[in-house]
Design a protein around this ligand. Structure first.
Ligand SMILES: [Zn+2]
Length: 293
């Protein structure tokens, strides 16, 4: 490919593309948000708590071996239940970002309710780890048209929940007083949930993909985004990708991505800080208003 095939995003000097390895430490919260009664299911709760108890320590070792800093999206409830795990993520030099309080389903909720969840999550991360996150990822990547305003009003620098581009961009007019909010887009093909998640009566089709196949799929995506001077953002869940063979495949991917010429491997916070400097006036999102008859 020539430079003309690129997406036209200007990365810092010395880099032609960027990548971020991100981990959503949902633990029990994503189950309990939909069904508080699931707390009675000991095995299901254990399947989820595997994330912070076993997966996160393994992933922290993996990242240390690879000398890579990552972004961890932590629901406030996870922070309250596993304070030492969250502190260990901070102590290892990684970024902590916001992911709701109880991984609340945001679809169709009012701005007031969403604001309350945001504030509750902020309080928990501050209380447990002394962290004021600059990044947000909506639970299930489900945003509302009022979400950018709520984030901008709270001083967030970036969101990483939308699926409408390949590279970071500025969300125009997020809020009148604080107009700047960077979006770092995601992609369902770059989420381990679709590949690995299965639990009877809770999620998944029953098929758990081979980490070898997943490695191939994500590697193709990383190479294509690198070739286009783009941005590769991978979303993993410690209760899934923190398990042995999956973590092993992930480490091979990290090693390969690091080896791509001019690939910047960093946190979403650093990508957002760079995007803040180079992005233009921003993209205005238009809510469709079909004429119903
Ligand atoms: Zn999540």
């Amino acid at each position: 490919m020539t430079d003309l095939d690129g997406v036209g995003f200007r990365w810092p000097d010395g880099y032609r593309a960027a990548s971020a390895f991100t981990f959503d430490v949902d633990a029990e919260s994503c189950v309990l948000a939909h069904d508080p009664g699931a707390a009675e299911r000991m095995s299901l709760m254990g399947h989820q708590s595997y994330g912070p108890r076993v997966g996160v320590p393994r992933l922290l070792r993996l990242l240390a071996r690879q000398d890579v800093r990552a972004t961890f999206f932590v629901p406030g409830f996870t922070a309250d239940c596993y304070p030492d795990v969250v502190k260990s993520i901070v102590d290892n030099g990684h970024e902590i970002a916001h992911h709701g309080y109880l991984h609340e389903p945001m679809r169709g909720i009012s701005a007031e309710a969403e604001a309350e969840y945001l504030d509750r999550g902020l309080e928990a991360l501050d209380r447990v780890a002394g962290v004021r996150p600059v990044g947000y990822r909506a639970p299930w990547w489900e945003t509302n048209w009022h979400t950018p305003r709520l984030l901008a009003e709270r001083g967030f620098a970036y969101d990483s929940s939308l699926l409408d581009d390949d590279v970071p961009y500025r969300i125009a007019n997020a809020a009148p007083e604080t107009p700047s909010l960077i979006e770092i887009p995601v992609d369902w093909a770059l989420d381990d949930w679709e590949q690995y998640a299965f639990y009877p009566g809770w999620t998944g089709s029953g098929v758990i993909e081979s980490p070898q196949k997943v490695l191939e799929m994500w590697w193709l995506e990383a190479c294509a985004r690198h070739a286009e001077d783009g941005c590769f953002v991978l979303t993993n869940h410690p209760f899934l990708s923190g398990r042995p063979a999956k973590a092993h495949a992930l480490e091979e991917l990290v090693e390969r991505v690091k080896g791509l010429d001019g690939m910047w491997v960093t946190t979403l916070q650093e990508i957002a800080e760079h995007a803040e400097k180079v992005c233009g006036p921003g993209k205005a999102h238009q809510r469709p208003e079909p004429q119903l008859r």
